[in-house]
Design a protein around this ligand. Structure first.
Ligand SMILES: Nc1ncnc2c1ncn2[C@@H]1O[C@H](COP(=O)(O)OP(=O)(O)OP(=O)(O)O)[C@@H](O)[C@H]1O
Length: 255
């Protein structure tokens, strides 16, 4: 198995009008290919900064970030993003929204359109291709956003709280869809979330970050017995509650 993302002694400092903010300090972390990693920690501990560093959107102040063994020199074509908001363009059809990333980086061929339509089917969005975003529910729109990300064939999907604006029921369904889709395609995922239950139910490992400046407090492996269950079924087990309590305890000290 290859290492997908490697953070080696990473420090990140932001310069602001009021001075320097140290967002991350001495981050050492290897994320393996095919793994889904959860990042949890108090607000402002540097979770989104870690995603930006992985995506090559930000050069580290010091230390190195490697993606599949390559030191980044700019936005990485291996990484796709999903955000809390779907950022669909309201004037474009669903199909044209799915095609947009590919449209920017390459040309839209009939084969690509065919793949986009197949993706819509796979994500439970058959029949929506010619609709517009306002005609779809929040959960469906996030599935379109997932399709748009997958169409560019990233090897890594960076998930920045993609479920936090959704109703609980929809959120659980989407958690399952995303976890299954990433696993089926052997993609690597990094999930930033404020919802511990979501991290425990979906991820293979969970990184707990300390309060600012963000440092790694602990990395926990989710037991195989939990990982083999759907995020919904996992929530019913004693292992889920035990891991939830451990992380809860870790985080209590950070607030
Ligand atoms: N572009 C920037 N310029 C200056 N400071 C920044 C910038 N981006 C982030 N920061 C600061 O760096 C720290 C880490 O921010 P980051 O957004 O990575 O944390 P986070 O854990 O994702 O936060 P949240 O959970 O609230 O989304 C915060 O103190 C934030 O104010």
């Amino acid at each position: 198995m290859m290492t997908a993302i490697s953070f080696e002694g990473v420090n990140q400092t932001y310069m602001t009008k009021s001075g320097e903010t140290t967002a991350l300090q001495e981050i050492w972390l290897d994320i393996e290919e095919g793994e889904l990693i959860g990042l949890v920690g108090p607000s402002g501990c540097g979770k989104s900064t870690l995603l930006s560093l992985a995506a090559g959107l930000l050069p580290p102040t010091s230390g190195t970030v490697e993606v599949f063994g390559q030191k980044g020199t700019g936005p990485s074509p291996d990484c796709g993003y999903m955000f809390q908001q779907d950022y669909l363009l309201p004037w474009r059809t669903i199909l044209d929204n799915v095609l947009i990333g590919a449209e920017i980086t390459s040309t839209v061929t009939p084969a690509l359109k065919h793949r986009a339509l197949a993706l819509l089917d796979e994500l439970g969005l058959s029949g929506t291709a010619h609709k517009h975003p306002h005609q779809l529910s929040g959960g469906m729109r996030q599935r379109v956003a997932l399709g748009r990300t997958l169409l560019t064939e990233p090897r890594i999907v960076l998930l920045d709280e993609p479920f936090s604006a959704l109703d609980y029921q929809i959120k659980l369904q989407l958690e399952e869809l995303i976890a299954d889709t990433l696993k089926a395609r052997r993609l690597t995922g990094v999930l930033v979330t404020h919802d511990l239950g979501e991290a425990v139910a979906m991820c293979d490992r969970i990184v707990v970050l300390r309060n600012r400046p963000g440092r790694i407090k602990r990395v926990l492996s989710v037991p195989e017995s939990l990982r083999s269950l759907s995020p919904l079924a996992a929530r019913e087990t004693p292992e889920f509650h035990s891991l939830f309590r451990t992380i809860w305890g870790d985080l209590q000290d950070e607030y």
